[in-house]
Write a protein that binds this ligand. Structure first.
Ligand SMILES: N[C@@H](Cc1ccccc1)C(=O)O
Length: 518
Protein backbone atom coordinates (compact mmCIF):
# COMPACT_ATOMS: atom_id res chain seq x y z
CA UNK A 1 0.00 0.00 0.00
CA UNK A 2 1.15 3.52 -0.72
CA UNK A 3 0.11 6.56 1.27
CA UNK A 4 1.16 10.17 1.22
CA UNK A 5 4.06 10.88 3.53
CA UNK A 6 2.01 12.84 6.07
CA UNK A 7 -0.64 10.13 6.36
CA UNK A 8 2.01 7.52 6.87
CA UNK A 9 3.66 9.60 9.59
CA UNK A 10 0.33 9.91 11.44
CA UNK A 11 -0.36 6.18 11.19
CA UNK A 12 3.08 5.39 12.53
CA UNK A 13 2.58 7.72 15.49
CA UNK A 14 -0.90 6.36 16.28
CA UNK A 15 -1.49 3.35 18.50
CA UNK A 16 -4.14 0.62 18.48
CA UNK A 17 -4.36 0.57 22.25
CA UNK A 18 -3.92 4.16 23.42
CA UNK A 19 -5.86 7.17 22.31
CA UNK A 20 -3.36 9.71 21.13
CA UNK A 21 -4.21 13.38 20.79
CA UNK A 22 -3.59 15.40 17.65
CA UNK A 23 -1.23 17.61 19.65
CA UNK A 24 0.81 14.65 20.81
CA UNK A 25 1.09 13.33 17.25
CA UNK A 26 1.92 16.78 15.97
CA UNK A 27 4.74 17.02 18.47
CA UNK A 28 6.05 13.58 17.63
CA UNK A 29 5.92 13.95 13.85
CA UNK A 30 6.87 17.61 13.60
CA UNK A 31 3.78 18.18 11.41
CA UNK A 32 1.51 21.12 12.14
CA UNK A 33 -1.62 20.20 14.15
CA UNK A 34 -3.83 21.19 11.21
CA UNK A 35 -1.84 18.91 8.90
CA UNK A 36 -2.18 16.04 11.37
CA UNK A 37 -5.93 16.70 11.70
CA UNK A 38 -6.35 16.72 7.92
CA UNK A 39 -4.37 13.49 7.52
CA UNK A 40 -6.30 11.84 10.40
CA UNK A 41 -9.63 12.52 8.70
CA UNK A 42 -8.32 11.19 5.40
CA UNK A 43 -7.15 8.02 7.16
CA UNK A 44 -10.50 7.74 8.90
CA UNK A 45 -12.19 7.84 5.47
CA UNK A 46 -9.95 4.97 4.40
CA UNK A 47 -10.91 3.02 7.51
CA UNK A 48 -7.39 2.95 8.89
CA UNK A 49 -7.91 5.23 11.86
CA UNK A 50 -10.65 6.15 14.31
CA UNK A 51 -10.98 9.79 15.20
CA UNK A 52 -12.85 10.66 18.40
CA UNK A 53 -13.87 14.18 19.23
CA UNK A 54 -14.43 15.41 22.76
CA UNK A 55 -15.14 18.81 24.11
CA UNK A 56 -12.75 19.65 26.84
CA UNK A 57 -13.06 22.43 29.34
CA UNK A 58 -10.07 24.14 30.72
CA UNK A 59 -9.94 26.51 33.61
CA UNK A 60 -7.55 29.39 33.74
CA UNK A 61 -7.07 32.31 36.10
CA UNK A 62 -8.15 35.79 35.11
CA UNK A 63 -5.63 38.57 35.66
CA UNK A 64 -7.40 39.45 38.88
CA UNK A 65 -7.33 35.82 40.02
CA UNK A 66 -3.62 35.63 39.25
CA UNK A 67 -3.00 38.81 41.25
CA UNK A 68 -4.66 37.32 44.31
CA UNK A 69 -2.50 34.21 44.10
CA UNK A 70 0.46 36.41 44.95
CA UNK A 71 -1.13 39.13 47.09
CA UNK A 72 -3.78 37.07 48.90
CA UNK A 73 -7.56 37.42 48.62
CA UNK A 74 -8.69 40.89 49.76
CA UNK A 75 -10.91 39.47 52.54
CA UNK A 76 -8.04 37.38 53.86
CA UNK A 77 -5.82 40.43 53.92
CA UNK A 78 -8.52 42.39 55.75
CA UNK A 79 -8.96 39.58 58.29
CA UNK A 80 -5.23 39.46 59.04
CA UNK A 81 -5.07 43.25 59.40
CA UNK A 82 -8.14 43.29 61.67
CA UNK A 83 -6.68 40.56 63.89
CA UNK A 84 -3.42 42.44 63.98
CA UNK A 85 -5.31 45.52 65.20
CA UNK A 86 -6.94 43.56 68.00
CA UNK A 87 -10.34 42.97 66.41
CA UNK A 88 -10.38 39.36 67.61
CA UNK A 89 -10.94 40.70 71.14
CA UNK A 90 -12.90 43.92 70.62
CA UNK A 91 -14.17 45.64 67.48
CA UNK A 92 -11.70 48.19 66.04
CA UNK A 93 -12.26 51.08 63.64
CA UNK A 94 -12.69 50.09 60.02
CA UNK A 95 -10.37 52.86 58.93
CA UNK A 96 -7.57 51.46 61.02
CA UNK A 97 -8.07 47.87 59.81
CA UNK A 98 -8.28 48.91 56.17
CA UNK A 99 -5.27 51.20 56.52
CA UNK A 100 -3.19 48.37 57.90
CA UNK A 101 -4.41 45.89 55.29
CA UNK A 102 -2.95 48.02 52.49
CA UNK A 103 -6.15 47.45 50.44
CA UNK A 104 -6.96 50.15 47.95
CA UNK A 105 -9.88 51.30 45.81
CA UNK A 106 -12.26 48.60 44.63
CA UNK A 107 -10.41 45.96 46.66
CA UNK A 108 -11.93 47.39 49.85
CA UNK A 109 -15.49 46.66 48.68
CA UNK A 110 -14.49 43.20 47.52
CA UNK A 111 -12.89 42.50 50.91
CA UNK A 112 -15.93 43.71 52.87
CA UNK A 113 -18.45 41.75 50.79
CA UNK A 114 -16.57 38.46 51.16
CA UNK A 115 -15.58 39.06 54.78
CA UNK A 116 -19.16 38.93 55.91
CA UNK A 117 -20.09 36.10 53.52
CA UNK A 118 -17.33 33.89 54.85
CA UNK A 119 -18.18 34.68 58.47
CA UNK A 120 -14.75 36.17 59.14
CA UNK A 121 -16.42 38.64 61.50
CA UNK A 122 -18.85 41.52 61.48
CA UNK A 123 -18.75 44.99 60.05
CA UNK A 124 -21.06 47.44 61.83
CA UNK A 125 -21.20 51.16 62.45
CA UNK A 126 -17.71 51.70 61.18
CA UNK A 127 -16.34 49.02 63.49
CA UNK A 128 -14.94 45.66 62.46
CA UNK A 129 -14.65 42.52 64.53
CA UNK A 130 -12.76 39.30 63.69
CA UNK A 131 -13.89 35.77 64.51
CA UNK A 132 -11.01 34.31 66.55
CA UNK A 133 -11.81 30.77 65.33
CA UNK A 134 -11.30 31.50 61.66
CA UNK A 135 -8.17 30.05 60.05
CA UNK A 136 -7.31 32.29 57.09
CA UNK A 137 -4.79 29.73 55.86
CA UNK A 138 -7.66 27.31 55.34
CA UNK A 139 -9.58 29.60 52.95
CA UNK A 140 -10.91 27.22 50.30
CA UNK A 141 -11.09 29.82 47.57
CA UNK A 142 -7.49 30.86 48.14
CA UNK A 143 -6.41 27.21 48.13
CA UNK A 144 -8.32 26.58 44.88
CA UNK A 145 -6.67 29.59 43.22
CA UNK A 146 -3.27 28.27 44.24
CA UNK A 147 -4.06 24.81 42.85
CA UNK A 148 -5.24 26.27 39.55
CA UNK A 149 -2.20 28.52 39.33
CA UNK A 150 0.06 25.49 39.61
CA UNK A 151 -1.43 23.90 36.52
CA UNK A 152 0.06 26.62 34.35
CA UNK A 153 -1.72 26.75 31.00
CA UNK A 154 -5.10 26.02 32.44
CA UNK A 155 -6.30 23.05 34.41
CA UNK A 156 -8.56 20.35 33.06
CA UNK A 157 -11.91 19.45 34.59
CA UNK A 158 -10.24 16.71 36.61
CA UNK A 159 -8.52 19.33 38.76
CA UNK A 160 -8.84 18.62 42.47
CA UNK A 161 -11.12 21.52 43.40
CA UNK A 162 -14.64 21.38 44.78
CA UNK A 163 -17.03 22.29 41.91
CA UNK A 164 -18.90 24.66 44.23
CA UNK A 165 -15.72 26.57 44.93
CA UNK A 166 -15.06 26.72 41.19
CA UNK A 167 -18.51 28.20 40.65
CA UNK A 168 -17.85 30.78 43.33
CA UNK A 169 -14.52 31.74 41.78
CA UNK A 170 -16.19 32.08 38.41
CA UNK A 171 -18.85 34.36 39.93
CA UNK A 172 -16.08 36.45 41.42
CA UNK A 173 -14.53 36.65 37.96
CA UNK A 174 -11.32 35.11 39.16
CA UNK A 175 -11.36 32.22 36.70
CA UNK A 176 -12.37 31.60 33.10
CA UNK A 177 -13.68 28.34 31.73
CA UNK A 178 -12.77 27.79 28.09
CA UNK A 179 -14.17 24.99 26.00
CA UNK A 180 -12.24 23.43 23.18
CA UNK A 181 -12.40 20.40 21.00
CA UNK A 182 -9.86 17.67 21.53
CA UNK A 183 -9.44 14.97 18.92
CA UNK A 184 -7.81 11.69 19.62
CA UNK A 185 -6.97 8.91 17.21
CA UNK A 186 -6.56 5.15 17.46
CA UNK A 187 -5.55 2.64 14.82
CA UNK A 188 -8.40 0.45 13.55
CA UNK A 189 -7.89 -3.27 12.98
CA UNK A 190 -7.61 -2.49 9.30
CA UNK A 191 -4.97 0.08 10.12
CA UNK A 192 -2.99 -2.41 12.16
CA UNK A 193 -3.15 -4.95 9.35
CA UNK A 194 -2.05 -2.41 6.77
CA UNK A 195 0.87 -1.40 8.96
CA UNK A 196 1.93 -4.99 9.37
CA UNK A 197 1.77 -5.59 5.65
CA UNK A 198 3.90 -2.51 5.10
CA UNK A 199 3.02 0.92 3.78
CA UNK A 200 5.25 2.96 1.54
CA UNK A 201 5.32 6.72 1.31
CA UNK A 202 3.90 7.74 -2.04
CA UNK A 203 6.14 9.92 -4.13
CA UNK A 204 4.82 13.42 -4.35
CA UNK A 205 5.02 15.71 -7.35
CA UNK A 206 5.26 19.44 -7.08
CA UNK A 207 3.81 20.43 -10.44
CA UNK A 208 1.31 19.22 -12.93
CA UNK A 209 2.80 18.60 -16.38
CA UNK A 210 1.07 18.28 -19.75
CA UNK A 211 2.38 14.70 -19.89
CA UNK A 212 0.63 13.81 -16.62
CA UNK A 213 -2.57 15.25 -17.96
CA UNK A 214 -2.46 13.39 -21.24
CA UNK A 215 -1.37 10.08 -19.73
CA UNK A 216 -3.92 10.31 -16.92
CA UNK A 217 -1.10 9.82 -14.43
CA UNK A 218 -2.32 12.89 -12.56
CA UNK A 219 -5.08 10.71 -11.08
CA UNK A 220 -2.64 8.60 -9.12
CA UNK A 221 0.09 10.95 -8.10
CA UNK A 222 0.23 12.63 -4.74
CA UNK A 223 0.69 16.37 -4.95
CA UNK A 224 3.11 18.03 -2.59
CA UNK A 225 1.57 20.62 -0.34
CA UNK A 226 2.38 24.22 -0.90
CA UNK A 227 4.89 25.51 1.59
CA UNK A 228 4.05 29.16 1.69
CA UNK A 229 6.88 29.77 4.13
CA UNK A 230 9.64 28.43 1.89
CA UNK A 231 12.36 30.86 0.84
CA UNK A 232 11.96 31.91 -2.73
CA UNK A 233 14.15 34.10 -4.92
CA UNK A 234 13.12 37.73 -4.81
CA UNK A 235 11.82 38.93 -8.12
CA UNK A 236 12.19 42.59 -8.93
CA UNK A 237 9.88 43.95 -11.51
CA UNK A 238 11.09 46.45 -14.04
CA UNK A 239 10.93 49.99 -12.81
CA UNK A 240 11.60 53.41 -14.20
CA UNK A 241 14.71 55.09 -12.89
CA UNK A 242 13.95 57.39 -10.00
CA UNK A 243 15.40 60.36 -11.88
CA UNK A 244 13.19 59.67 -14.88
CA UNK A 245 10.20 59.34 -12.59
CA UNK A 246 11.13 62.60 -10.87
CA UNK A 247 11.41 64.30 -14.27
CA UNK A 248 7.96 63.01 -15.23
CA UNK A 249 6.50 64.20 -11.99
CA UNK A 250 8.09 67.62 -12.50
CA UNK A 251 6.60 67.84 -15.98
CA UNK A 252 3.17 66.83 -14.75
CA UNK A 253 3.38 69.34 -11.93
CA UNK A 254 4.37 72.20 -14.22
CA UNK A 255 1.78 71.31 -16.82
CA UNK A 256 -0.70 71.28 -13.96
CA UNK A 257 0.46 74.79 -13.10
CA UNK A 258 -0.31 75.94 -16.64
CA UNK A 259 3.12 75.66 -18.27
CA UNK A 260 3.93 74.50 -21.80
CA UNK A 261 7.05 72.54 -22.68
CA UNK A 262 10.02 73.93 -24.64
CA UNK A 263 12.46 71.89 -26.68
CA UNK A 264 15.64 72.70 -28.51
CA UNK A 265 19.24 71.80 -29.29
CA UNK A 266 21.75 70.44 -26.80
CA UNK A 267 24.61 71.88 -28.86
CA UNK A 268 23.82 75.49 -29.58
CA UNK A 269 25.25 78.81 -30.66
CA UNK A 270 26.91 80.86 -27.96
CA UNK A 271 24.47 83.51 -29.14
CA UNK A 272 21.53 81.70 -27.53
CA UNK A 273 23.51 80.35 -24.62
CA UNK A 274 25.35 83.54 -23.64
CA UNK A 275 24.90 86.63 -25.81
CA UNK A 276 21.13 86.87 -25.49
CA UNK A 277 21.66 86.64 -21.76
CA UNK A 278 23.76 89.81 -21.73
CA UNK A 279 26.91 87.98 -20.82
CA UNK A 280 29.80 90.06 -22.18
CA UNK A 281 32.02 88.20 -24.58
CA UNK A 282 35.26 89.18 -22.90
CA UNK A 283 34.04 88.79 -19.38
CA UNK A 284 34.98 85.95 -17.03
CA UNK A 285 31.24 85.47 -16.60
CA UNK A 286 31.38 84.03 -20.08
CA UNK A 287 33.32 81.05 -18.84
CA UNK A 288 31.06 81.13 -15.83
CA UNK A 289 29.41 77.90 -16.95
CA UNK A 290 32.63 76.16 -17.90
CA UNK A 291 30.96 75.05 -21.06
CA UNK A 292 32.26 72.42 -23.42
CA UNK A 293 33.15 74.10 -26.72
CA UNK A 294 32.61 71.93 -29.79
CA UNK A 295 35.10 71.82 -32.63
CA UNK A 296 32.45 72.18 -35.35
CA UNK A 297 31.73 74.81 -38.00
CA UNK A 298 30.01 77.93 -36.66
CA UNK A 299 26.25 78.20 -36.74
CA UNK A 300 24.91 80.08 -39.78
CA UNK A 301 21.30 80.27 -38.85
CA UNK A 302 20.82 83.25 -36.56
CA UNK A 303 18.06 85.86 -36.90
CA UNK A 304 19.83 88.96 -38.28
CA UNK A 305 17.51 91.44 -36.62
CA UNK A 306 17.92 89.89 -33.19
CA UNK A 307 21.69 89.61 -33.59
CA UNK A 308 21.86 93.36 -34.28
CA UNK A 309 19.69 94.20 -31.26
CA UNK A 310 21.66 91.95 -28.92
CA UNK A 311 24.90 93.44 -30.17
CA UNK A 312 23.61 96.92 -29.55
CA UNK A 313 22.46 96.03 -26.04
CA UNK A 314 25.97 94.75 -25.28
CA UNK A 315 27.67 97.81 -26.72
CA UNK A 316 25.35 100.63 -25.72
CA UNK A 317 22.79 99.20 -23.35
CA UNK A 318 19.04 99.66 -23.72
CA UNK A 319 16.66 102.49 -22.79
CA UNK A 320 17.75 106.11 -22.58
CA UNK A 321 19.71 105.79 -19.40
CA UNK A 322 21.07 102.33 -20.24
CA UNK A 323 24.75 101.66 -20.58
CA UNK A 324 26.32 98.68 -22.34
CA UNK A 325 29.63 97.00 -21.68
CA UNK A 326 31.51 98.94 -24.37
CA UNK A 327 33.62 95.83 -24.78
CA UNK A 328 34.37 93.94 -27.99
CA UNK A 329 31.46 91.97 -29.43
CA UNK A 330 31.74 89.89 -32.57
CA UNK A 331 29.30 87.72 -34.43
CA UNK A 332 32.10 85.22 -34.86
CA UNK A 333 32.09 84.43 -31.15
CA UNK A 334 28.29 84.43 -31.09
CA UNK A 335 28.20 81.77 -33.82
CA UNK A 336 30.50 79.33 -32.05
CA UNK A 337 28.93 76.09 -30.91
CA UNK A 338 28.96 74.79 -27.34
CA UNK A 339 27.14 72.10 -25.43
CA UNK A 340 24.61 74.19 -23.57
CA UNK A 341 25.62 74.90 -19.97
CA UNK A 342 22.04 75.78 -19.15
CA UNK A 343 18.69 75.46 -20.82
CA UNK A 344 18.19 79.21 -20.57
CA UNK A 345 19.24 79.03 -24.24
CA UNK A 346 15.80 77.51 -24.84
CA UNK A 347 14.14 80.32 -22.91
CA UNK A 348 15.93 82.82 -25.18
CA UNK A 349 14.81 80.99 -28.31
CA UNK A 350 11.19 80.93 -27.14
CA UNK A 351 11.05 84.43 -25.68
CA UNK A 352 12.53 85.84 -28.90
CA UNK A 353 9.69 84.28 -30.88
CA UNK A 354 12.15 82.39 -33.12
CA UNK A 355 11.82 78.97 -31.47
CA UNK A 356 9.86 77.47 -34.37
CA UNK A 357 11.42 79.58 -37.12
CA UNK A 358 13.19 78.01 -40.09
CA UNK A 359 16.31 79.76 -41.31
CA UNK A 360 17.96 79.70 -44.70
CA UNK A 361 15.85 79.32 -47.82
CA UNK A 362 14.65 82.58 -49.34
CA UNK A 363 12.27 84.26 -46.88
CA UNK A 364 12.94 85.93 -43.51
CA UNK A 365 12.57 83.57 -40.53
CA UNK A 366 9.07 83.78 -39.05
CA UNK A 367 9.00 85.45 -35.65
CA UNK A 368 6.07 84.74 -33.28
CA UNK A 369 4.82 87.61 -31.21
CA UNK A 370 4.03 86.32 -27.74
CA UNK A 371 1.17 87.98 -25.92
CA UNK A 372 1.47 87.88 -22.12
CA UNK A 373 0.74 85.91 -20.02
CA UNK A 374 2.89 82.96 -21.10
CA UNK A 375 4.43 80.13 -19.09
CA UNK A 376 7.06 77.74 -20.43
CA UNK A 377 9.31 75.03 -19.00
CA UNK A 378 11.74 72.30 -19.95
CA UNK A 379 13.33 69.43 -18.08
CA UNK A 380 16.44 68.81 -20.14
CA UNK A 381 20.11 67.96 -19.94
CA UNK A 382 22.81 70.58 -19.57
CA UNK A 383 26.57 70.11 -19.68
CA UNK A 384 29.26 71.73 -17.56
CA UNK A 385 32.94 71.15 -17.22
CA UNK A 386 32.63 70.89 -13.45
CA UNK A 387 34.66 68.79 -11.07
CA UNK A 388 32.74 65.67 -10.15
CA UNK A 389 31.84 65.52 -6.51
CA UNK A 390 28.95 64.63 -4.22
CA UNK A 391 26.84 67.48 -5.55
CA UNK A 392 28.17 67.97 -9.10
CA UNK A 393 27.97 65.95 -12.27
CA UNK A 394 29.31 66.89 -15.69
CA UNK A 395 25.84 66.64 -17.09
CA UNK A 396 22.61 67.05 -15.23
CA UNK A 397 18.99 67.90 -15.79
CA UNK A 398 17.83 71.45 -15.43
CA UNK A 399 14.23 72.36 -14.74
CA UNK A 400 14.08 75.56 -16.75
CA UNK A 401 11.07 77.80 -16.62
CA UNK A 402 9.75 81.28 -17.12
CA UNK A 403 6.60 83.29 -16.74
CA UNK A 404 5.93 86.31 -18.91
CA UNK A 405 3.28 88.70 -17.57
CA UNK A 406 2.58 92.31 -16.71
CA UNK A 407 3.78 93.55 -13.33
CA UNK A 408 5.46 90.49 -11.89
CA UNK A 409 7.10 90.80 -8.52
CA UNK A 410 9.62 88.79 -6.58
CA UNK A 411 6.71 87.57 -4.49
CA UNK A 412 5.28 85.88 -7.61
CA UNK A 413 8.61 84.15 -8.15
CA UNK A 414 8.80 82.93 -4.56
CA UNK A 415 5.16 81.85 -4.53
CA UNK A 416 5.66 79.85 -7.72
CA UNK A 417 8.57 77.96 -6.16
CA UNK A 418 6.69 77.36 -2.96
CA UNK A 419 3.79 75.95 -4.91
CA UNK A 420 6.07 73.84 -7.10
CA UNK A 421 8.20 72.32 -4.32
CA UNK A 422 5.17 71.71 -2.14
CA UNK A 423 4.06 69.13 -4.73
CA UNK A 424 7.15 67.15 -3.70
CA UNK A 425 6.57 67.51 0.02
CA UNK A 426 9.21 70.23 0.34
CA UNK A 427 7.79 73.12 2.32
CA UNK A 428 10.89 74.77 3.73
CA UNK A 429 12.79 76.25 0.78
CA UNK A 430 14.97 79.28 1.46
CA UNK A 431 16.01 82.16 -0.79
CA UNK A 432 19.35 83.92 -0.95
CA UNK A 433 20.13 87.08 -2.94
CA UNK A 434 22.43 86.22 -5.83
CA UNK A 435 24.06 87.68 -8.95
CA UNK A 436 23.43 86.70 -12.57
CA UNK A 437 24.44 88.94 -15.49
CA UNK A 438 20.94 88.47 -16.91
CA UNK A 439 18.59 88.81 -13.97
CA UNK A 440 18.01 91.55 -11.43
CA UNK A 441 17.13 90.80 -8.72
CA UNK A 442 18.42 87.21 -8.58
CA UNK A 443 17.91 84.51 -6.01
CA UNK A 444 19.44 81.18 -5.23
CA UNK A 445 17.14 78.56 -3.73
CA UNK A 446 18.09 76.18 -0.96
CA UNK A 447 16.41 73.12 0.48
CA UNK A 448 17.19 71.13 3.59
CA UNK A 449 18.49 67.63 3.00
CA UNK A 450 16.26 65.17 4.87
CA UNK A 451 19.15 62.99 6.00
CA UNK A 452 22.14 65.29 6.55
CA UNK A 453 19.97 68.27 7.54
CA UNK A 454 22.28 70.49 5.48
CA UNK A 455 21.00 73.26 3.25
CA UNK A 456 21.79 72.41 -0.36
CA UNK A 457 21.47 74.69 -3.34
CA UNK A 458 18.62 73.57 -5.53
CA UNK A 459 18.23 76.36 -8.03
CA UNK A 460 18.90 79.82 -9.39
CA UNK A 461 16.35 82.38 -10.46
CA UNK A 462 15.49 86.00 -11.03
CA UNK A 463 13.67 88.63 -13.10
CA UNK A 464 15.19 89.07 -16.57
CA UNK A 465 16.68 92.53 -16.92
CA UNK A 466 15.76 94.99 -19.67
CA UNK A 467 19.07 94.38 -21.46
CA UNK A 468 17.89 90.83 -22.03
CA UNK A 469 14.22 91.47 -22.73
CA UNK A 470 14.39 94.49 -24.97
CA UNK A 471 16.33 92.87 -27.86
CA UNK A 472 14.00 89.86 -27.53
CA UNK A 473 11.11 92.22 -28.09
CA UNK A 474 9.48 91.56 -24.73
CA UNK A 475 7.88 94.56 -23.11
CA UNK A 476 6.42 93.07 -19.95
CA UNK A 477 8.10 91.32 -17.02
CA UNK A 478 9.62 87.84 -17.16
CA UNK A 479 10.59 85.83 -14.11
CA UNK A 480 12.73 82.78 -14.77
CA UNK A 481 14.68 79.96 -13.19
CA UNK A 482 16.88 76.96 -13.58
CA UNK A 483 16.42 74.27 -10.95
CA UNK A 484 18.46 71.12 -10.64
CA UNK A 485 16.46 67.93 -11.06
CA UNK A 486 19.11 65.79 -9.36
CA UNK A 487 19.15 68.07 -6.32
CA UNK A 488 15.38 67.83 -6.08
CA UNK A 489 15.73 64.05 -6.25
CA UNK A 490 18.35 64.16 -3.48
CA UNK A 491 15.83 65.95 -1.28
CA UNK A 492 12.99 63.57 -2.07
CA UNK A 493 14.93 60.31 -1.97
CA UNK A 494 17.40 61.22 0.76
CA UNK A 495 20.35 60.31 -1.52
CA UNK A 496 23.39 61.98 -0.04
CA UNK A 497 25.58 61.81 -3.08
CA UNK A 498 24.42 62.85 -6.52
CA UNK A 499 26.40 59.91 -7.89
CA UNK A 500 24.02 57.57 -6.06
CA UNK A 501 21.34 58.77 -8.43
CA UNK A 502 22.99 58.03 -11.71
CA UNK A 503 26.31 56.88 -13.04
CA UNK A 504 28.40 53.82 -12.40
CA UNK A 505 28.36 54.08 -8.62
CA UNK A 506 24.63 53.84 -8.08
CA UNK A 507 23.35 51.31 -5.62
CA UNK A 508 20.85 49.01 -7.32
CA UNK A 509 19.07 48.40 -4.03
CA UNK A 510 18.56 52.14 -3.64
CA UNK A 511 17.19 52.46 -7.17
CA UNK A 512 14.79 49.60 -6.53
CA UNK A 513 13.28 51.30 -3.54
CA UNK A 514 13.67 55.04 -4.04
CA UNK A 515 10.47 57.03 -4.13
CA UNK A 516 9.84 60.32 -5.88
CA UNK A 517 8.31 62.22 -3.02
CA UNK A 518 8.84 61.97 0.69
N1 LIG B 1 20.71 79.74 -16.03
C1 LIG B 1 20.72 79.72 -14.60
C2 LIG B 1 19.35 79.55 -14.04
C3 LIG B 1 18.50 80.76 -14.33
C4 LIG B 1 17.65 80.76 -15.40
C5 LIG B 1 16.86 81.86 -15.64
C6 LIG B 1 16.93 82.94 -14.79
C7 LIG B 1 17.79 82.95 -13.71
C8 LIG B 1 18.57 81.84 -13.49
C9 LIG B 1 21.57 78.56 -14.11
O1 LIG B 1 21.88 77.69 -14.87
O2 LIG B 1 21.93 78.51 -12.95
Amino acid sequence: MQLPQRQLAVLEAASATDERSIDAISEETGLKPETVTGAAFELEDDGLLDVVERTDERISLTDEGADYVDAGLPEVRLYRAAVGAGAADDPVSMGQAIGESGLEGGEVDIALANYARKGYGTVENGQISADPDTDPDADREAAALATLAESGDGAGLDVDVDPEVLDRLEERNLIDRIEHTVRTVTLTDEGVTAMMEGIEAAETVDRLTPEMLSSGEWRDVEFAEYNVEADAPEIHGGRKHVLRRTAERVKETLVGMGFQEMEGPHADAEFWINDCLFMPQDHPARTHWDQFALDVPPIQELPEELVADVKSAHLEGVDDDGDGYHSPWTEEVAREVDLRGHTTSLSMRYLSGYADATFGGDGEPQRVDFEPPQRYFSVEKVYRNDTLDATHLLEFFQIEGWVMAEDLSVRDLMGTFEEFYRQFGITDIQFKPHYNPYTEPSFELFGRHPVTDELIEIGNSGMFRREVLEPLGVECDVMAWGLALERLAMLTTGAEDIRDLHGTLTDVEFLRNAEVSY
